[in-house]
Design a protein around this ligand. Structure first.
Ligand code: GLU
Length: 424
């Protein structure tokens, strides 16, 4: 058994939703929790020095009752090792199922990854390409535009997505297959607004949450944990709504900027110095101090398992927008609810990414491309409705937003499952 098993957390969330829905049947609970299939692959790569190195990769396909599996591919080396990563992708694939259901896009849940940290291991570009194409080859039988559509995730970008698409297309008789993957560069059939999608979606959900608790976003203080794609764009769009970023972090450390700073300026500093640490006018603080900073909106946009019960007891924010997947441990949820902090759970707060991935896939399938505003407006409608539906349910059943979001998502998946039944 792995420590802090993320798949156990994901399963608990499914069971909590089943409790609210009055689903007692153990078989149905298991059906909803377990992935349909987990593929674990060996990826041998000839390194630049001529030696062979073997990597391990995964693709977990959780549920496709509502449409093809959908979800990212991460390159990462979690502390718990390869065994932990297997449980992690299983959990993440489960969250993708619920994420797609909550924003009501006709897709299921999948997730994958390779146990490798391209940042710390300093693989050459050629090594990384061989690794990516080797992985694409190994999963090529189970992915496809109508089967399973991967996308970027932690430490993967449009470049890897292009290589996966190209490998898949060539393996299939050179059949142009942009719909096999999303998060592609624009010139490769990507969608406008896909790169800002997760952050923009998170900002939309914060706007709705602020309306719900009557918080004025003008001058509202924002803390960003993590300084990658999701949190930086969330920060920039919240700035456009009038908010001010007062603390941030990256993998090298956390800083507080009491007077606040423009996200673009912090990005500039990070690009020059390699970290947000040392930003002029800032003070270095611990991760715990960052998360418990007094603010209006906390955006955990880094990795899993950040908000523990201990941290939850010390939180001083009004809204938590989970731009990362699984940043809060189940032990923290009841504490946060009691403190009347409004949580926009990961499967809703970061669903802007998959929502625009869906639109990218639709554009690829029809061969016609929308403008930035058309795509962003469609996403805004889906995510805003997702928030409103979940918020109404949380009030109706007097449950926290995580449970409410899950209840809604599980209901939608069950509806599809009920129509199809089991065959063979
Ligand atoms: N990796 C992103 C997520 O966790 C995006 C997935 C997708 O676009 O398919 O939501």
């Amino acid at each position: 058994m792995v420590k802090n098993d993320p798949f156990a957390n994901a399963t608990k969330q499914v069971n909590d939703a089943c409790d609210v829905l009055g689903i007692k049947d153990k078989g149905i609970r298991e059906y909803l929790a377990m992935p349909n299939r987990i593929l674990r692959v060996k990826i041998p790569v000839t390194m630049d020095n001529g030696k062979i190195r073997v990597f391990t990769g995964f693709r977990s396909q959780h549920n496709n009752d509502r449409g093809p599996y959908k979800g990212g591919i991460r390159y990462f080396n979690p502390e718990g090792g390869v065994e932990y990563m297997e449980r992690e992708v299983m959990a993440l694939s489960s969250w993708m199922t619920w994420k797609c259901a909550i924003v009501d896009v006709p897709l299921g849940g999948g997730k994958g990854g390779i146990y490798v940290n391209p940042k710390t291991e300093k693989l050459s570009e050629n090594e990384l390409e061989r690794l990516t194409r080797g992985f694409a080859y190994k999963i090529s039988e189970v992915i496809g535009p109508e089967k399973d559509i991967p996308a970027p995730d932690v430490y993967t970008t449009g470049k890897e997505m292009t290589q996966i698409m190209d490998t898949f297309s060539k393996l299939n008789g050179n059949k142009y297959s942009p719909g096999v993957i999303t998060g592609k560069p624009i010139s490769m059939g990507g969608s406008l607004a896909r790169n800002v999608a997760t952050g923009l979606g998170a900002a939309y959900t914060v706007r709705e949450a602020a309306k719900a608790i009557k918080l004025n976003l003008k001058g509202a203080k924002v803390v960003l944990q993590g300084f990658g794609n999701a949190s930086t764009f969330a920060g920039e769009y919240l700035e456009k709504m009038g908010a001010k970023v007062i603390a941030v972090s990256d993998s090298k450390g956390s800083i507080s900027i009491p007077k606040g700073a423009k996200v673009s300026k912090i990005i500039e500093h990070k690009q020059k110095k390699g970290s947000v640490v040392g930003f002029p006018g800032s003070k270095k603080i611990s991760t715990e101090e960052l998360l418990t900073t007094k603010c209006d909106v906390l955006v955990p946009g880094a990795l899993e398992n950040q908000i523990t019960a201990k941290i939850a007891n010390k939180l001083q924010c009004k809204i938590i927008a989970e731009a990362a997947n699984g940043p809060t441990l189940p032990e923290a949820d009841p504490i946060i609810y009691k403190k009347k902090i409004l949580v926009i759970p990961d499967i809703l707060a970061n669903s802007g990414g998959v929502c625009i991935s869906y639109l990218e896939w639709v554009q690829n399938n029809m061969g016609y491309y929308w403008t930035f505003d058309e795509v962003a407006n469609k996403m805004e409608k889906n995510i805003t409705k997702g928030f409103k539906d979940a918020y109404a349910l949380s009030k109706k059943h007097k449950i926290d937003m995580r449970k409410a979001t899950m209840v809604l998502a599980v209901e939608r998946v069950l509806e599809a499952f009920d129509q199809k039944g089991i065959w063979p």
